[in-house]
Design a protein around this ligand. Structure first.
Ligand SMILES: Cc1cc2nc3c(=O)[nH]c(=O)nc-3n(C[C@H](O)[C@H](O)[C@H](O)COP(=O)(O)OP(=O)(O)OC[C@H]3O[C@@H](n4cnc5c(N)ncnc54)[C@H](O)[C@@H]3O)c2cc1C
Length: 395
């Protein structure tokens, strides 16, 4: 067992940490006010080659694996408690990675160079107004008409929708190509943004810089060029995208919580009550210790999950089910414990903690999204139970 990162990974971590401290952290308040990711942050991420970094080098990316992408995600999460930039980074890279692996060469040459330059963004549009967890009950269809697929449907609660629109990006989307076959009749497409998508926005609880919303579409024609993998083979492939994203969410949540714990501890050292710094109260010290222990364990599980993902992708060392389980364990504990740890860090800061000025208040609302997005905590439990008890016991 070797728990160390490579020298290149350590160098990447330091340069991203520096960049995030210098160019992301000072812009957070502006982002909260304007509810928009400042353009300078987009430019900085692009300059650092962090957008589309999972695209292969031939398309201008870094060909980054999941572990390396996780290191960047953790550092960005420590700089942006709202979770807006981590979401931009994780969604763009997880779904770029899927396109890079399963997209046609024509599609990749067309879109990935701009994604890698940060000019364009890739999102995921799976959820519909009447389904989220249960992909089999999707109603969006892609009807074959000669060499074309004609898409009709509606997608809901889609992250980064405004940014994707403004940057002429697109969505990995999912549609039924053979409705008679249930999940075996589902295909994945890259759906480029166009004004044929009838967009509406939804205000979310946190992640102020991000945007969220739905779109309806009908009569959108795509071709085999836009398909990821094989026709009717989308159900398996989409889970590889979710797993990449879930692994990143695990390290992001742990990174954000560890950062909040540090903020809380700094506050404790300067705040006095009953004649001493509140940091001297063992009741609080033990909470700090519990939270640090949990979040360091969660961070480690996050990296183990990303490592397992890479081992399966590169060397076929694990089965897909083993990867899903490892990822589900990491996402479940990290997102649950992070929310609790951030809530403790808010509590240590008394009334100030509950104010809109306190980064822990931003973080609490941001990190809460991860118990739902890219697979809810209950779905993570279903995966772990399925792999532990057996498929035949899952309804
Ligand atoms: C902030 C945010 C960003 C998002 N961004 C995107 C995006 O970019 N693209 C996208 O496609 N989707 C996105 N989503 C949607 C997200 O993927 C779904 O919310 C999630 O998959 C759950 O689906 P649902 O909301 O339809 O809940 P449902 O599937 O309707 O479930 C409702 C509740 O029941 C629970 N549940 C469901 N089935 C079971 C079961 N068998 N046993 C026990 N409990 C169960 C769920 O866990 C949930 O708590 C986002 C969601 C959020 C909150």
């Amino acid at each position: 067992m070797d728990f160390s990162f490579s020298e290149d990974q350590e160098n990447l971590r330091s340069s991203v940490r520096e960049f995030a401290k210098r160019e992301i952290a000072p812009k957070i308040r502006e982002m909260i006010k304007t509810r928009k990711i400042p353009d300078e942050i987009f430019k900085g991420l692009a300059r650092m080659n962090l957008m589309g970094m999972t695209a292969s080098e031939e398309y201008g990316g870094l060909g980054a694996d999941a572990m390396t992408t996780g290191i960047v995600a953790e550092e960005i999460a420590k700089a942006d408690p709202t979770m807006s930039i981590p979401v931009l980074f994780l969604v763009d890279n997880a779904w770029t990675n899927l396109i890079n692996k399963y997209g046609t060469n024509e599609l990749k040459s067309e879109i990935l160079p701009d994604v890698a330059k940060g000019k364009s963004i890739v999102g995921i549009a799976s959820t519909e107004p009447n389904f989220g967890s249960d992909i089999g009950s999707m109603t969006t269809v892609a009807k074959k008409n000669g060499s074309k697929y004609v898409l009709e449907g509606e997608k809901a609660f889609i992250s980064l929708i405004r940014d994707i629109k403004e940057r002429s990006g697109g969505f990995v989307t999912v549609a039924k190509t053979d409705p008679s076959k249930g999940t075996g009749g589902v295909s994945l497409f890259y759906l480029p943004y166009s004004d044929r998508l009838d967009i509406s926005y939804t205000e979310e609880m946190g992640r102020e810089g991000s945007s969220w919303g739905s779109f309806r579409f009908s009569g959108i024609e795509l071709t085999a060029k836009h398909m990821l993998g094989k026709e009717n083979g989308g159900f398996k492939i989409i889970h590889e995208g979710f797993e990449f994203a879930r692994g990143l969410i695990a390290v992001i949540s742990a990174g954000a919580a560890l950062s909040s714990i540090n903020n809380g501890v700094e506050y404790m050292k300067s705040r006095k009550a009953f004649g001493s710094e509140i940091a001297k109260f063992q009741g609080l010290q033990f909470q700090v210790a519990d939270d640090v222990a949990k979040m360091e364990a969660a961070l480690m599980m996050g990296y183990k999950a990303l490592w397992t993902y890479d081992q399966e992708q590169k060397y076929g060392r694990f089965t897909r089910f083993q990867v899903s389980k490892q990822i589900a364990v990491a996402k479940l504990i990290s997102t649950t414990w992070a929310f609790d740890a951030i809530s403790d860090a808010l509590q240590w800061q008394g009334a100030y903690g509950y104010s809109r000025d306190c980064p822990e208040e931003w973080a609490l609302r941001g990190v809460r999204s991860f118990q739902l997005a890219e697979g809810s905590r209950e779905i993570m439990k279903m995966i772990i139970a399925r792999e532990t008890i057996g498929k035949e016991y899952i309804k």
